[in-house]
Design a protein around this ligand. Structure first.
Ligand SMILES: C[S@@+](CC[C@H](N)C(=O)[O-])C[C@H]1O[C@@H](n2cnc3c(N)ncnc32)[C@H](O)[C@@H]1O
Length: 376
């Protein structure tokens, strides 16, 4: 069918309406375009579809730089067909809309370019490949278990060396990770080996488990550390928490400002690496625990930094944090919808969103990183 695309929505899609009035979430389109779509998923309340022919293009449309991007192809990127400026504008609209819809907060949002980024390409330092039945590694298609047999990936840094990974033969069904560290190491692995890579950020060295969490954009760790340092504004008498701490990046930043820092991380390899990374800082304690259970113990906090996974911290954790009554909460978020839900819970508890910054740390994709300051 042919639809007129109305506005951008969360998740790399735009909203249109079908002839029966149902919402159609259209990938590979842009607001203002008239497109012919193929339906990829039909539900009672809505349809999902791919724009397969552009009848009236948006001025912001470009030829995707990657030849594996497009309807039914690699699912890694959402906005290859959009100019970098417009990608950031669309992400800003999405962040603003999530905050308005889920937290009833109306705030201007600007999505800032990652330092050093020009083209939106050549930034991904961590990749995960799936292996098809012939033993070839490739990238998953959108919302699918099918695998696109790419020869390269333009958003990956060159050192990932995609041709090397797809040129080897792997066990059928395996998952292959490639990590390239800022210090020039490269690890190609299946599973979770014991080895660590070395990253540099915030003036320190960080040991990071292969396949474990570290910011994917080369500029991200330094940038977020600096933003967290500024927003947390910790004083030398403050007791701070770094929740969902990974290998301890934000705890390392807080340690130089605050009296004490407790870093809480549930992944055993990450928690062990955090202990190693922060061993020289006498005022930091690393706890290997789930935040949702740990916060219910005897905890004090003047400043809380949290950087939860995509689903957010959730109501129970946020309600408990509100009981601790920290002066400031710095919330680092990779999903604006989860952020907005948690901000709404903080707001009920008397916290106001006073600063929001958003960064384009995942160009060409619909992902956006936000850092929110909540003050009591
Ligand atoms: C987005 S990463 C943040 C890492 C760190 N702040 C950084 O910047 O490198 C989220 C971290 O939360 C951890 N995590 C996930 N669920 C958790 C839970 N329930 N309790 C504690 N940590 C959790 C993950 O293992 C991961 O290391």
């Amino acid at each position: 069918m042919i639809v007129d695309v109305e506005r951008v929505a969360h998740g790399g899609v735009c909203v249109a309406h079908g002839p029966d009035g149902r919402v159609v979430f259209v990938r590979h389109s842009l607001p203002g375009e008239r497109v012919r779509v193929t339906v990829t998923d039909e539900r009672k309340a809505y349809l999902r579809a791919d724009a397969v022919e552009i009848l009236q293009p948006s001025p912001a449309r470009v030829q995707p730089p990657c030849r594996w991007a497009g309807p039914g192809r690699c699912g890694g990127c959402d906005w290859q067909h959009v100019t970098p400026d417009e990608q950031r504008r669309l992400k800003a609209v999405v962040v603003r809309e999530q905050l308005l819809r889920l937290a009833r907060i109306d705030i201007d949002v600007e999505v800032e370019t990652a330092p050093g980024d020009v083209s939106g390409l050549d930034w991904r330092t961590r990749m995960r490949f799936a292996v098809d039945n012939s033993g070839r590694a490739g990238l998953r298609r959108h919302r699918s278990h099918d695998i696109e047999a790419v020869d390269d990936c333009l958003i990956a840094v060159e050192a990932v060396n995609v041709p090397d990974v797809v040129g080897r033969r792997w066990p059928r069904g395996a998952e292959v990770t490639v990590d390239v560290s800022g210090t020039g190491e490269r690890a190609v692995a299946m599973g979770a080996p014991d080895e660590l890579l070395t990253e540099q950020a915030a003036g320190r060295s960080w040991r990071v488990p292969i396949g474990g969490f570290w910011q994917v954009h080369p500029a991200a760790a330094d940038l977020l550390a600096e933003v967290v340092r500024g927003m947390s504004a910790a004083r030398d008498t403050d007791r701070c928490l770094d929740l969902y701490a990974g290998v301890g990046l934000f705890a390392g930043v807080l340690a130089s400002q605050a009296a004490t820092v407790v870093a809480v991380e549930s992944d055993p390899r990450a928690a062990a690496a955090a202990r190693l990374n922060l061993a020289d800082l006498a005022n930091v304690t690393v706890v290997h625990a789930r935040v949702d259970t740990w916060v219910n113990g005897g905890v004090d906090a003047d400043v809380v930094v949290l950087d939860p996974p995509r689903r957010g911290a959730g109501r129970a954790v946020v309600e408990r944090l509100v009981q601790l009554a920290p002066r400031r909460v710095v919330y680092v978020a990779c999903d604006p919808a989860a952020l907005a839900r948690d901000v709404a819970t903080f707001a009920v508890g008397g916290y106001r969103l006073t600063t929001l910054r958003a960064f384009d740390l995942f160009p060409m994709t619909a992902h956006v990183e936000c850092v929110a300051l909540l003050e009591r």
